[in-house]
Design a binder for this molecule. Sequence first.
Ligand code: PHE
Ligand code: ZN
Length: 884
Amino acid sequence: MTTQTPQETTKDVPKEIFLRDYKPPSHSFAKVELAFDLREQGTTVRSIISAVPASGSTGELFLHGDESVKLDGVTVNGSAHERYERGSKGLTLKDLPNEPFELSITTTIEPQENTALEGLYKSSGNFCTQCEAEGFRRITFYQDRPDCMSTFTTRIEADKAKYPVLLSNGNLIDSGELEGGRHFTVWEDPWVKPCYLFALVAGNLGMIEDKFKTMSGKDVTLRIFTEKHNIDKCAHAMTSLIKSMKWDEETFGLEYDLDLFNIVAVDDFNMGAMENKSLNIFNSRLVLATPQSATDADYAAIEGVVAHEYFHNYTGNRVTCRDWFQLSLKEGLTVYRDQEFSADMNSRGVKRIGDVSRLRTAQFAQDAGPMAHPIRPESYIKMDNFYTVTVYEKGAEVVRMYETLLGKDGFRKGMDLYFQRHDGQAVTTEDFFAAMSDANGADLSTFKPWYSQAGTPRVTANGSYDADAKTFTLSLTQVVPKTPGQDTKIPVMCPVAVGLVGPDGKDMELTLDGKSVGTTTVLRFDKAEATYTFTGVEAKPVPSILRNFSAPVRLTTNLTQDDLVFLMANDSDAFNRWEAGQTLLRTLLLDLIKGDGQYKMDAAITTAMRAIIAGAKEPNADKAFIARAMMVPSAGELSDMLDEGTVDPAKIHEARTFVMKTLATELRADLEATMKANSAEKYSNEPADRAARSLKNTCIGYLSYLDDAAIAAMTYERFASADNMTDKIAALNSLSDKECDERIKAFAEFYEEWNKDPLVMNKWLGLQAMSNLPNNIANVKALMEGPAFDIKNPNKVYSLIGGFCASSVNFHAADGSGYEFLADVVIKLDDLNGQVASRMVSAFTRWKKYEPSRSSAMRAQLERIRAKKGLSENVFEIVSKSLE
Ligand code: PHE
Ligand code: ZN
C-alpha cells in the first residue's frame, strides 16, 4: 500500500487501483468507427460507438479521457448530448437510453506535442500510436479497459505527399484521393479487440514484402515498413516472422487469421515492441539489422521479439486480459512461447542459461525489494510500472512449470482447451489455470500461490547416501520470504527435477516409491519439508538437483566443491553443468567480497576453468556453451546475494577484477590459443560461426584484464579490421575500461564511421557510459550535451543514462556524484516522459541494500525527486514505494 501523499506533486493525489474492486463494464461496445483527420497542428478524431447497456444500467457511462484531450462534442442517437461531467480522468455521460444507442464523440489532440509517446504521437516526422496499457484515452474518450472488446473500422485522412502510407488494423477496404493534396484509407478489423490493440501509422515509409502460406493453404501478405533509408535492413526481421508463423502452427496448431500482417519500425518508442492486431509497431532497434550495423545479440533479440509480438496474436489478442492485473496471462505465456521458439531455433541449453541469468539478476532482485509484487499484482497506481521482469520473466517461469509438471503433451492439451473455451474473450489467470488443470484431470491446487505470493522461495536440498541400504535420500525444505504487504506465506508447489549421476559420469536409472522413473524425475514438492528416498542405488551418486532450473527458486545444497567439479564435467543436463561452475565462482567471489581484502585465488577454480576452455578443442564442442560457462557472475547477481545494508559496489568490482585478472594471467596461453583458433577469416551468420565468435570475444574480454600494451594494441587492431559489428563492439568493449590511447582512438574512429546511424550511436553511448574508468561521469555529462544524444528519444536515454547506472565505479562513486546526476536527469525527464523517467529512477529502488553511506546518499536523492512539483504518477509510485 502506498500511504505517502505527494507534497503538491500532482493535481490529484495519485489513486491506487485494486484488483478486488473489479467490476464489469456498464456498457458493451458492439462496434466502433473511428475517423482521424491528421494535421500538422491538431488532429481531430471522431468516434461512432454502438453502445449496449448492461442489464441494471443506471443510464450512466464513464469514459476514460486524458486531460490533454479537447472535447469538441458528444451526440447520442444523432442529437447533441450535454448531460455529462468532465473530471481529471475522464467523462461521465448521464441520462443515457436504456436500450442500445449510437454514441458519437469528437475530440482534438496535439500529437506533434506529445513527448510521452503514448496515444498518437510523431516519430521522425511520421504519425504512430501506442495504446497499451492506457494510451487510447489520450486519443479519445472511451472505456479504456481490456474487457471492453469491439470491432473497429478506421478511416485515416492526411496529406498525401507527406504521408503516402496510411495504416490501421485489419483489412484495407477503401482508399482514395481528396481535395487539397489529401488522401484517405479505410481499414476494417473483423476481430473483436480492446482499444489497447488499436494502432494507426501515417508516414513516408518504405516497405519490403513477402508471403506466407498457412497450414490450411491461405496466403498471407507480410510487410515491414521503415524509413526509406533503412529498407535494406529488414530481411532478418522478415525471416524471423516467417519462422515464427511456421513454429506456432507446428507447436500449437495456431494459424494466422487475416490476409495481411504488418510491422512498422519507429525510432521513438518507450518499450521494445507492440502487438497491435495485424499492425505490430516496433522500436527500430528490434527490426533493423545488417551484420555491419548489428551484433549477434541484436540478431537474437530481433528474432525473439518478432516472434513474441507475432505469438501475441493468439495469446493476448484472440484471448485477452480481463483487467491489467491479469497482464501475466498474456505476457508470461507469450514470453514462455518466445523462449521456446528461440530454444528450437538455436541452442536450447544456452538459451535457457541466458534466460535464467536474467531472471536471477533482475527479477530475484526486484522480488526482494520494495517493488516486489506477485505475477498477478493486487494494486497499482500507474499500470506502466507493472510491465516488470516479475510479470514477464517470472510469469514465463510459472507457465514453464505447468509444462514441467504436465509434460509437453499435457501442456498442449491445456492450451487447446484454453483456446476452445476462451477464444474472443477477456479472461483471468484463473481461467488459464483451470484450462491446464481440467485438460489433464490434474489437482494443481498447491500451485496457485505462484500467482498471489511475491518473493522468491528459498529451497534447500540435502542429499545423503546409505551404502548398506543402497538408498539415496534427498531432503527438501522451502521458505517463501516476507515481502511488502505479505508477512505470512504458505508453501507452493515447486517441480524439482532431479537426476543421480553415477561414479562413471552417467545418469542412473531411478527408482522412487518402488517405481522406475527414468533418469530425471520431477518431484512435486509442495510442503515446507519433504524427504524422497531413491532405492537400488548401487554406488554413491552425485545428485543433480533442479535440472533445467525447473522452478524459479533460490537453491542451496550440500554439494561439495568436488561434487560441483564432477557435475561440471559430467552432468547430462546442460543447465546444471553450467550452474555447477557458476556455484563455484559465486562462492569464491562472495568469500572475497566478504573477506578482509586479502585476495587469494582458489586453485581448483583455475583448473576447472582451464578444463572448460580446453573443451573447445573437442571435435563437437558446443562453443556457445563454453563461452557462457567462462563468464563470471555479474556484479548485479553478486549484489543480489549479499545482505541488506552491506553492498559496496567498489568491493564487488575489485573482487571481480581480481578473479578475471588472475584467471587471465594463469590461463593466458589457453586464452590466446582459443582466441586464434576461433578467429574467422570472414564473417558468416551460421550458428557455428556465431558460437566461435562469442568464444573468441570472451577470450579477448579476459585478456583485456592484463596490463600489457601488446593486448591493447592487438584489441585495437581487431577493432579496426573487424568486418562485422559483433567483433567491433566486443573489441571496443574490451578497451572501454582501459586508460590507453587505443581506447580514445577507437571511440573517435567509431564515431566518425557511424555517426549517421542512431542505433549504432546508441551502442557507442552505452559503452562509454558503462565504463568503470575513474571520473568517467564528466565524459557522460559531455555526451549528454553532444549531438549523439537526445533526451526525448527513449533508446538514447536507456543507453546513456541506463548505461551509466550499470557502472559500479561511477554511478556508485563514493562522493554521491553519480546519484546526484541521475536524480537531475530524472527530474528533467519527468516533465517529458513519465514512463522513461520511472524506468530510470528504478536504479534507486534498492537503496537499502547498500552500505550506510551510499544508502543514505541514494535516499536523499529519492527525497529530492519526491519533492518535485507536478511529479508524474509513474515516478511518484516508484519513489514513494521505495521510500516506505
Ligand atoms: N505488450 C508489449 C509486449 O510485451 C509491451 C508493451 C507494453 C509495449 C506497453 C508498449 C507499451 O509485447
Ligand atoms: Zn508481450
